[in-house]
Design a protein around this ligand. Structure first.
Ligand code: F6P
Length: 329
């Protein structure tokens, strides 16, 4: 492909919460850039490395043997300095010193927001890649890391199911998702949970308690409830307290899966998605695209302006929600 731009030197970084598959995305960006005879630089710790001048040239061999690894070789951070004009000025001066003329930003909503502000202030072309386990980014069906996280979650839930069944206990299992219920919904459906608490939907605990008691009367002796950490009742601990206070007669346990969901080898789906988006981001920059996030919708790569990606909500699939209720009968 012939470049429509003068871009010769690209910086790549991962920012915000890490997600399995970020390494596969970095590898793809690096190798696609090298294929196009570009110089490629890794910026450490997200925006923090830009501010602190923690930047180094990457060669194809630097990204060997990482496609299968969780975490991010570039490391990541949530950067306070970059929120200030002064911090962003430092960051730009450091990029200038390396002659970096475009960026690929891998992360979530906060990463896109930083990229949008920075590109408006300094006119540097940036393309975003959706990397977060939460799957809460508009402009892509799936974010990098989501598939791995839901598989990690259901593996844990399946194990809990064995012991819950053996002891006839009720388990409340909290999964990640401060603002979004994608992980909870998918882990709940995939593990056959009796109930799913989501940030997007109010759940009446009294009604849940009533149904749990009905379950006991019909000899359903164990039950699994999946709770998204950001749901409105305060999470699994708070819900457990309410259920206990209502004198629920059977034993009740809480498991918070937590950061286990963020680590581990990425699934094949995440590796392929990350590879595709890394490749698309570099191609996109060379085609003259900027200020956009790459995504895959219905198996097609698309680019969404940061503005739209940041401000639009990706709603949960209502059919899935309804189906989850019906299948839990
Ligand atoms: O952004 C993904 C996410 O995993 C959320 O689901 C979770 O609430 C948050 O990150 C936790 O972030 P931290 O690791 O900074 O506590």
């Amino acid at each position: 492909m012939k470049s429509k731009t003068n871009i010769r030197r690209i910086g790549v970084f991962t920012s915000g919460g890490d997600a399995p598959g970020m390494n596969a995305a970095v590898r793809s960006v690096v190798r696609t850039a090298i294929y196009h005879d570009l110089h490629i630089f890794g910026i450490k710790n997200g925006y923090q490395g830009m501010v602190d001048n923690d930047i180094q040239r990457l060669e194809a061999k630097n990204v060997a043997n990482i496609i299968q690894r969780g975490g991010t070789i570039l490391r990541t951070a949530r950067c306070e300095d970059f929120r200030s004009k002064e911090g962003r000025k430092n960051a730009f001066q450091n990029l200038e010193a390396f002659d970096i003329d475009a960026l690929v930003a891998i992360g979530g909503n906060g990463t896109y927001t930083g990229a949008q502000i920075f590109s408006k202030e300094y006119g540097i072309p940036i393309i975003g890649i959706p990397g977060t386990i939460d799957n809460d980014l508009f402009g892509t069906d799936r974010t990098i890391g989501f598939d791995t996280a839901i598989n990690t979650a259901i593996e844990a839930v399946d194990k809990i199911r064995d012991t819950a069944n053996a002891h006839s206990r009720l388990f409340l299992i909290e999964v990640m998702g401060r603002h979004a219920g994608y992980i909870a919904l998918h882990a709940g459906i995939g593990s056959g949970a009796g109930k799913i608490f989501l940030p997007e939907k109010h759940t009446d605990i009294d009604e849940v308690i009533h149904n749990l008691q009905k379950d006991l009367r019909r000899q359903k002796l164990f039950n699994l409830i999946i709770v998204a950490e950001g749901e409105a009742n305060g999470g699994a601990m708070a819900i457990a307290k309410r259920i206990k206070e209502a004198n629920y007669p059977s034993e009740l346990k809480v498991t918070i899966i937590g950061h286990l969901q963020r680590g581990g080898a990425p699934s094949c789906n995440d590796r392929v998605l990350a590879s595709r988006l890394g490749y698309a981001a570099v191609q996109g920059l060379l085609e003259g695209r900027a200020g956009v996030a790459a995504g895959v919708i219905s198996d097609e790569v698309i680019f969404t302006p940061f503005e739209e990606a940041i401000n639009s909500n990706k709603p949960l699939n209502q059919d899935l929600l309804k189906m989850a209720e019906i299948l839990a009968l």
